[in-house]
Design a protein around this ligand. Structure first.
Ligand SMILES: Cc1cc2nc3c(=O)[nH]c(=O)nc-3n(C[C@H](O)[C@H](O)[C@H](O)COP(=O)(O)OP(=O)(O)OC[C@H]3O[C@@H](n4cnc5c(N)ncnc54)[C@H](O)[C@@H]3O)c2cc1C
Length: 286
């Protein structure tokens, strides 16, 4: 019978000590939506579970000095329903609203979604387009890791065994900025993404950010496509044609695989069409 030792820290300071004490045989648990499934399937059997659910202040969503900080325990439902996220960070609110079922959204946390490192993680696609930073804590101190350098592959991150995600932060987009999030899944409402896109457009600086989920071993940014857009947009006399060219460039970032959910060819086609749709909606419509 599996009977792990449970730790229930009340603060982040207590939590990092509990994780350090547990060593390699310990694991953090937040909402449990991913980890409980792995434990049930006997894929993961940590000796010590450090339950973060009672850590005070760890679920807060704060906005100060133009910067948004999401505590690691903020749930998908809390982010999706937060008025400022809905108004100013629409792509992240939409990404969190696209996660699983209402039960999964009310238990699943942003810290867990990032730590789980799925290339299909909905919030991560939006956070990549927002150039978010991941704030990591351990008894050794704090590290701030740009999200683009946080993932090593499916299920693998740069987190050490004694580190936890305290939160993620990003600049609050300007009031005039636009954003876009779409997830193409199978017809089942609980399906994980076949392809997802998180995109932003700032008309003030004529900059776009394009991030894709489920098309590579980690969530990826289409930087060559972004740069082409930025160098041509203001002077272009055929913006619809430029949108097509940017969408074709975005495809280069995809190295999708065939799996039970979709073929690589279908995923590649989706990257192009979703990029074109995102740019049409954000940049060509009033
Ligand atoms: C039915 C179902 C449907 C789902 N649908 C979707 C979906 O549509 N889109 C999607 O993106 N995901 C989906 N998921 C996955 C899951 O709900 C999310 O990844 C969720 O955000 C995980 O958060 P959690 O708090 O439940 O993590 P947990 O299960 O508690 O932990 C997951 C992993 O992250 C680690 N961890 C958790 N918090 C931290 C932290 N603060 N610091 C360091 N490590 C941490 C744990 O040790 C564990 O390895 C689904 C899951 C289920 C069961």
């Amino acid at each position: 019978m599996y009977e792990p030792v449970w730790r229930h820290p009340k603060s982040l300071d207590e939590a990092v000590i509990a994780i350090a004490d547990a060593g390699e045989s310990g694991k953090v648990i937040a909402g449990g939506t991913d980890l409980a499934v792995l434990i049930r399937k006997r894929v993961s059997r940590p000796d010590v579970l450090v339950d973060l659910s009672a850590v005070s202040g760890h679920a807060e969503i704060t906005i100060a000095d133009g910067r948004v900080e999401l505590g690691g325990l903020a749930t998908h439902a809390e982010i999706a329903e937060h008025p400022i996220m809905r108004e100013r960070v629409g792509l992240l609110a939409a990404a969190c609203a696209a996660v699983g079922s209402p039960q999964t959204r009310s238990l699943g946390t942003i810290g867990g979604n990032v730590a789980n490192a799925s290339p299909a993680a909905d919030s991560v696609t939006a956070l990549a387009a927002l150039d978010a930073d991941v704030r990591v804590l351990s008894v050794r101190g704090e590290r701030i890791i740009p999200i683009a350098g946080f993932f090593k592959g499916p299920g693998a991150t740069t987190l050490a065994a004694d580190e936890l995600i305290a939160g993620v932060s990003f600049d609050l987009p300007d009031a005039g900025a636009r954003s876009y999030y779409r997830k193409v899944g199978q017809r089942n409402a609980l399906a994980i993404a076949i392809v997802s896109i998180g995109a932003t457009f700032d008309p003030g600086t004529a900059t776009v950010r394009l991030a894709f989920g489920s098309v590579a071993p980690t969530v990826v940014r289409a930087r060559a496509a972004e740069e082409h857009f930025e160098s041509e947009w203001v002077t272009s006399n055929d913006q619809p044609e430029l949108v097509k060219a940017v969408a074709q460039l975005a495809v280069e970032v995809a190295s999708p695989i065939d799996d039970v959910r979709a073929t690589a060819e279908y995923r590649t086609m989706l990257v192009e069409s979703l990029t074109a749709s995102s740019l049409e909606e954000m940049c060509l419509r009033d």
